[in-house]
Structure formats: structure tokens, C-alpha cells
Design a protein around this ligand. Sequence first.
Ligand code: HEM
Length: 482
Amino acid sequence: MLELLTFISNSIFVALLTIVIHKVYVFLKWRKSADSIPGPPASLLTGNILDIGRAGGLAPYLQYLHKTYGPVVKYWSTPNELHVTINEPNILEQLDIMTTERPFNFIEFLRGFFGDKGLIYLYDEPAKARRLTWHKTFAKRPYEKIIPRFIEIINKRGTDWLSKRNGEKSAKINVQAEARSLWNKLNEYNVFGDASTSDNLSVKFEETIELLLQIRFSFAPVLPYTEIWRKRKELLDYVRHEVQRLIKEQLDRRGEFLANGNDFLSLLLNDEELTEESFFDEVLTLLFVVTDNFMGVANLLHQLAEHKDVQERVRKEVQNVWGDKFPTTVDDLSCLTYTRAVVKEVLRFCGTSNITLRKLQREYFIQNKYHIPKDALIMVPLSIIHRNPNHWNEPDKFNPDRFLEESRERSRMAFVPFGFGARSCLGQRYAMNTLTLIAGLMVKRFDIESITRYDDVVWKESIFSIHASDGIWLNFIPRMVE
Ligand code: HEM
């Protein structure tokens, strides 16, 4: 018994020592080659991870770094992981950023929850091939096929809001909460169609990611049978079980539904290149990539409410193009030039996704000043780039007209709400169309007034974006008697 205990404690000691030696080795090696890049002091044990916590999260920390150290700044996310954050589009372009990959460990904390057969965990050639499958799938189901059902879902939501008026003229709504459930409902229809539904899946899905993130940043191991262990198990079991159930239902209906099924899952199931295991991971991937970007809807309605002149211009455009009808084609959405400029300005101004990460394939010497070593992780702070004064006039002003006027001069890395290059967002068109549709339908039906002032919002960091701590409250006043 004693021998066994000694063996175990020796093994633990050797394992810990190896980890420490490795960390120190990599830290020293990288510290030398990253000497030319400015950045804050870092602890040998924890890098700058505690500083990130103290700053209130990664987004405010990155903001502080750029303000203090300039456009290219290094920090250590763990002692052996050199991150270089760059908020200057022209420098990013010099790193051939369009062809770079996301690092392997970007969302490593979700492995197991997702499995590793989905697009998010594929790299290089396999990722290219899978992205092609997704493109083919989207192409087979043109957006117009889902427009009628989306209009129904969005309009029903408006009717639900009005039913909460209690005899008042207007409905007072927390659009942050409502946007989340509306966006989830639309995405569930997009993935599963009408054939199957799940009341709680999106909510539980988000809760799961939040918990896994919390575990990741707490550094403490999750001990068996503790509260957090139980919670994690319960959430993971629920999500996996629900997704499996929905896929099985679809598989059972094969033939009956697939011929005219417009949902993403039916189309994927028709794709002979994918195995059954991959369906599961692709469906989880689809649910994952839309998590948290519901803030696009909340921010859009908020900015329309804050800028009544903008709201009026959108309403006029919608009236001119749609008249008294509802849109039926993608053209009905894409010719709303001003409304689309408003959507873009919301994505720039409010930063729905804060960051993305890339890994360099080789070392770079930039402006004879910065030596960025091979394998450095490049942090691309999307929402900070969107307010870079070298690329945007009056960046802190909400001004949709900039997207009608300036576009030709802008660097292609200056506006990247959907990421860029080899790993850019595959739902970009879907998201732009859906946000345009929501804006059009809402201003057609309501006068929207702001209760929560944008300048007074206290933001808190969420999964990949920021949320308003106390929600975003708006008044919806019907334009006709309802
Ligand atoms: C306002 C809404 C959305 C925003 C702001 C957004 C933004 C992003 C961003 C920033 C990335 C990372 C890109 C990079 O690393 O360069 C991404 C990835 C991705 N997005 Fe979106 N997204 C949105 C909606 C959607 C929707 C609705 C879908 C699917 C229908 C989708 C599908 C994807 C996929 C599949 C990826 C991963 C691509 C890959 O790994 O190759 N997104 N998105």
C-alpha cells in the first residue's frame, strides 16, 4: 500500500515538474523572440490571466492594452501562450491574415461537448472541404424559402409583446431577453424546420457554454460529485440527448420530409459525404455559432429607438420598397440599401462579436519594429478595430451613412463583424438578411422609443460579446390600432 502511495505521489510530482519545466522553457524561448513587442509585465506562473480578471474581462483588458501600448501589444494568456493583439487593419493584412487558421485550442474547453467531427474542430484541408459542404447546403436552400415562416415568427413575437400592454398605449419590452428567444426560435427553425421542436434547447445550450467558460477561467479542477460537476453533467446530458432525439426524429422521417425539407438538418442528412456522427457534431456546431449573436437583434432595435431620424428613414425606405405587402424574395431585402447600412453600422458600433484568434504559420518582421514569432497567437479585437480612428471618421458616432459613402477607401480588415478569410462566418448572408427583415417588419408595425439610454448602459462580458447588465428596455407603440 505504502509503495503504491509513494509511486502515485512520485508520478504526480514528476508530471507537475515536467509541466513547469515545459512552461518555463516555452516562456523563456518566446519571451526572447517577442522582446520587440511592447506589453505589460507578466507573471511566470499565471501570465497575464489575473490582469484580465482584474480589468473586468478580455474586452476591457484589450482596450486598456491598446490605449497604453499602441497598435501591436503582447500579453500572456497563460505563461507559455504568447498572444499578440493587433488593432491596426493594415498591419493585420501584412501578416497574410486572410489565409491563417484559428488556433487548435481556441475552443478546446468545448471539446467533448461538441465531439471533434464538426467544422469548428477541423483545420486546413478538412475544414475547407467541410465549409464547401455547408456552402452547398445553404445554396440548396435559398433564403427566400424561409422568409414566409420567419415573417410569421417575427410578427407573432410582436403580437405577444402587445398582449402585455395591460390597457396601455405601448408595450414596455426588455429587447435583450426578447431578442435572445426570438433569435433562438428563428435559428431552431433554420436547423430543424417545423418537423421537430425543443422548448429549451437553445437556452440550455447557452447555459452549458457559459458554465464551461466559467470552469475554464476558474482554473480549479472540477471534483466529482460537487455541485458544479453535477450541474455540468446535467446540462451536457440534456443538450446531447435533445440533439440526438431531434436528429433521430428526422432520420425516422427520412423520405417523408427530406424531399421538400428546407431546414439545414434535412439538407445535411441528404449529403452523402457526411456520416451520422458528423450530423450530430454539425448540428451542435450550428447551435454553437449562433449563440450570443442574438445581441445583433437587441442592438439593432436599441439603435433604431435611440435615433428616431434613422428609424424614420428606414420606415420610409421599407414603405417605398414593400408598400403594404410583406417581402417574398431576397431582392426585397437586398434593395433596402439604407436599412442594410443601418444593420452594418449596428454591427460596427455595438460589437456583437468581440474577438477572434489566429495562428501564424511563420515569423514576421513588421515595420522594422516588431518581430512576431511563428506560432504566436494573433488576437484580432474586432470591436476595437471597428472604432479605430485611423479608419473611421468620428468612430464613436452612430452614423449609418458612412456605409453609403466611405466603403471604397476602407481597408478590408477595418470592418470584420463576421471575421475574415479562411475561417470567416458562414452565416453572414443569413444574418444580414434576417437582421434586415427584423428591422423592416418592426419599424413597419411599431414606433420604437428608447427607455434604456445607450450611454447609461452598464455592459458585462458574456460568452463572446457584451450584454447590458440590466437589460435593454424599449417602448413599442403600434402604428395602427391593434
Ligand atoms: C449577427 C450574427 C452573426 C455574427 C456577428 C457572426 C460572427 C461570426 C464570427 C466573428 C465568426 C468567427 C470568424 C473568424 O474567426 O474569422 C463566426 C464564425 C462562424 N459563423 Fe457566424 N456570426 C453570426 C451569425 C451566424 C449564423 C446565423 C450562422 C449560421 C447559420 C453562422 C455560422 C458561422 C459558422 C459556421 C462559423 C465558423 C466558420 C468556420 O469555423 O470555418 N454565424 N461568426
